[in-house]
Design a protein around this ligand. Structure first.
Ligand code: SAH
Length: 374
């Protein structure tokens, strides 16, 4: 993948910090980069003066040369189901949304808190069912801005994130370098941020990026936004399918499995009368059987608040009966199926509803902030 302009100081991987300290500060001892790395990501200290094991002179140089970016929380909306949506302002004045979804772990019933992070401001893809499309692409997030969504959500709520999904605004694979940078830091056991098996990246399907991603050795879970089993329908719903048709995308998912040995996920929103027939379920199960996988069936979350036009205006959720029947067919055809819940629908925080709308917002002052400790 093409390398983009260098990221901020914060958000660099350990190897990049080694290089940076050498080129910008003339420091060639690797252990200095290790110390810095630990302050930034394990201890989450962002003021150089507090990095007490660094020499004073280095603290000064760092302070002069670099600033640490900030995410400023503007609003926190709270759903009746416990979901929280954060509106963060970036340093250039643009905004993004991040969603924290509480639930129970399937295995031991301990609390699960899943953070849904954004990777871009807006999105270039124009998927007809997704509210983020209405924003178009403003820019990629830096690795720092991706990481800070986790750090800030934990700091604001005082709750520990147990799972991470890259399903917020944007297409992660179109911000490849920063996605990989952020994941390299997050999954490094030294930072103790999150284990690989607790992380899912969701993509609309960019074959070359999926194959590169498999080779990175990050071994996180990969989910494909499939939503249709024929090219004709998928192209109507997701114009990116014209550029990367189904067969190429499915082949890339198979390759991801073969390289990583991680079962893949296929996400499938059920739309009334469009992709919810018996034949659709049979075709979907056939796709699911190609490599170890699960199918995540998703209820459609309406996006009327974006005033959709064309096919987008006609989309309806499948009826409950059709939904049940579809899942039964999938299972009887040999697919492993999960159903995604629609947490946060009342505050427009459910999948595909992130469009910076300010309805149901409350200001940060009106939620109880835990005392900040560091
Ligand atoms: N661009 C990435 C990640 C963002 S979308 C991708 O395409 O996967 C995250 C998930 O939300 C995807 O599965 C997406 O298909 C789903 N989604 C988008 N709009 C939705 C809607 N209105 N209702 C339900 N799910 C939606």
């Amino acid at each position: 993948m093409r390398k983009e302009a260098q990221p901020d100081f914060f958000g660099r991987t350990r190897d990049e910090l080694v290089e940076l300290l050498h080129s910008e500060c003339g420091v060639s001892e690797r252990f200095r980069a290790d110390q810095l790395y630990e302050w930034l990501y394990a201890r989450r200290i962002t003021s150089f003066q507090e990095m007490t094991n660094l020499p004073r002179s280095l603290q000064h140089t760092l302070q002069e040369k670099f600033s640490i970016p900030k995410l400023e929380v503007r609003h926190v909306s709270r759903s009746a189901d416990g979901t929280k949506k954060f509106l963060f302002a970036l340093e250039d004045g643009r905004s993004i949304e991040t969603v924290l979804i509480p639930s129970e772990m399937r295995d031991d019933r301990s609390p699960r808190r899943t953070l849904c992070v954004s990777t871009q401001v807006g999105c270039p893809l124009d998927c007809k069912f997704c509210a983020t499309a209405s924003l178009k692409l403003k820019r990629n997030l830096t690795a720092a801005e991706i990481l800070l969504q986790i750090f800030e959500a934990e700091r604001i709520t005082g709750e520990e994130i147990t799972n991470l999904v890259f399903m917020g605004m944007g297409e992660p694979m179109l911000n490849y370098d920063n996605l990989v940078r952020a994941l390299t830091i997050i999954t490094d056991p030294k930072t103790e941020i999150l284990a690989k098996r607790r992380i899912t990246v969701s993509t609309s399907g960019i074959p070359a990026a999926i194959r590169d991603f498999a080779m990175e050795g990050l071994n996180v879970k990969l989910a494909l936004s499939l939503h249709a089993t024929t090219n004709a329908l998928r192209t109507r719903l997701m114009p990116i399918n014209k550029k990367y048709p189904l067969e190429e995308v499915l082949q890339a998912m198979e390759d991801y499995y073969k390289t990583t040995r991680r079962p893949v996920t296929y996400e499938y929103i059920l739309f009334k009368g469009l992709n919810d027939s018996h034949e659709d379920a049979v075709r979907l199960a056939r796709i699911a059987r190609r490599v170890p996988s699960r199918v995540n069936v998703i209820p459609f979350h309406p996006i009327d608040f974006t005033h959709p036009k064309g096919i987008a205006a006609e989309l309806q959720p499948a009826t409950p009966t059709t939904f049940e029947r579809f899942i039964e067919t999938l299972r009887s055809e040999g697919a492993a199926v999960t159903v995604r819940s629609s947490s946060g629908k009342d505050i427009e925080a459910a999948c595909g509803q992130l469009a910076l709308s300010e309805s149901a917002m409350i200001t940060p002052e009106s939620i109880t902030l835990p005392a900040v400790t560091s």
